[in-house]
Design a protein around this ligand. Structure first.
Ligand code: CP3
Length: 341
């Protein structure tokens, strides 16, 4: 059993630093692109055998220390009553964005055991297939990040509609956060009950908020989710990007492991987070597209910053991009495992 990842989450010493990557399955791999010629992204997510296949693709190619369930943070939207599609080249599109109090009241607090049972079946299938050799990470989106898709109707660079709702109708915003958080907490608990050995909460876009807005409008909801999940005894990774100003507030909201992006040196981030937490990160994902020796040298810099202190999980500061050369991924994984402090 590769238990390095789980040991590092608990801040126990490991033989070498564990490594996995956000978006380790995806378009940068030819095997994935081939499967996508025949199936849509949603078909893959909704068919446990396909989700299993894609989850395993990066594990066959690289010596990764964890698997991440193949799914998407937006899957709960459909059973909540906000259907969406992944439009080619445009990313997700929610057909009827949630903008008013009435829209929010119509949202359903769905039951993942019924409405997202295909994800739970994937978790069980992947666990069986991994046979205890590699730990499996489940995940969900954090309420601000998920709400930003619901309210904007898709990707946004400013989060204008989301922030306007938050500031102009704080009670409606609160109801929206409560509903999304209830679903997210249930979904994470259900994944753990189905066999996920760790879970990650993705707050990818929360860095767009000031500390004051985070603390007033978002942090209480994230705290409720993390408290309800952390009692189950598996590590919880709390991840965000653009969160240099929010690190302490995110840590205070909860999580066993704090995910850090690439904007701060890892040692600076860890000093701010403190000794009670493990950290995950934090190579700029675009460095995997730099010349291979540059990518490896910069990965080694992250490892020197971590200084083999127990509790470091090597990862990128965000997900792998489609342009990434596969051999650079392999070179970085191997360099992480060969690194000696
Ligand atoms: O390998 C893994 O990391 C597991 C699978 C995974 C996916 N999405 C599959 C996917 C995970 C962990 C996610 C999380 C996710 N989804 C996040 C949080 C992490 C992050 O990147 O910030 C967000 C914001 C989403 C929402 C989402 N899904 C967007 C904005 C897009 C379109 C952008 C894009 O890259 O095309 C997706 C599509 C998506 N989800 C892909 C994959 C592999 C793209 C692949 C495809 O179209 O085939």
């Amino acid at each position: 059993m590769h238990d390095r990842f789980l040991r590092a989450c608990r801040r126990e010493p490991t033989d070498v630093t564990p490594v996995w990557f956000m978006r380790q399955a995806g378009r940068y791999m030819a095997e994935y692109r081939k499967l996508r010629e025949k199936h849509t992204l949603l078909e893959i997510c909704k068919t446990p055998e396909l989700a299993l296949e894609v989850t395993l693709q990066p594990l066959r190619a690289f010596e990764l220390d964890a698997a991440i369930l193949f799914a998407d943070i937006l899957l709960p939207l459909e059973p909540m009553g906000a259907p969406f599609e992944f439009a080619k080249g445009e990313g997700p599109i929610v057909h009827h964005p949630v903008r008013s109090r009435a829209d929010i009241e119509r949202l359903r607090v769905c039951d993942p055991h019924e409405d997202l049972s295909y994800v739970l079946e994937s978790v069980r299938l992947i666990r069986r297939e991994l046979d205890g050799k590699t730990p499996l990470i489940g995940f969900a989106g954090a309420p601000f990040t998920v709400a930003s898709y619901l309210v904007e109707g898709g990707k946004s660079s400013s989060y204008l509609h989301t922030k306007k709702l938050m500031w102009s109708e704080p009670e409606s915003w609160n109801l929206l956060m409560e509903k999304v958080s209830a679903v997210v907490a249930r979904f994470l608990r259900a994944q753990i009950e189905s066999g996920a050995q760790a879970v990650q909460l993705f707050d990818s876009w929360v860095g767009s908020l000031s500390i004051a807005d985070y603390q007033t409008h978002v942090q209480p909801h994230v705290r409720t989710i993390l408290q309800s999940v952390m009692g189950l005894g598996v590590p919880v990774i709390h991840f965000g990007t653009g969160t240099t100003h929010l690190l302490e507030a995110q840590r205070d909201a909860g999580g066993t492991v704090i995910g850090v992006d690439w904007r701060l040196p890892l040692d600076v981030a860890w000093a701010r987070i403190g000794n009670e937490h493990a950290v995950q990160g934090n190579l700029d994902p675009l460095l995997l597209c730099a010349p291979r020796d540059v990518a490896v040298a910069r990965a080694e810099r992250v490892l020197r910053e971590a200084a083999r202190r127990p509790g470091h999980i090597f990862n990128l500061g965000h997900g792998i991009v489609p342009e990434t050369p596969v051999d650079h991924v392999k070179a970085v994984v191997d360099a992480v495992h060969l690194f000696k402090a």
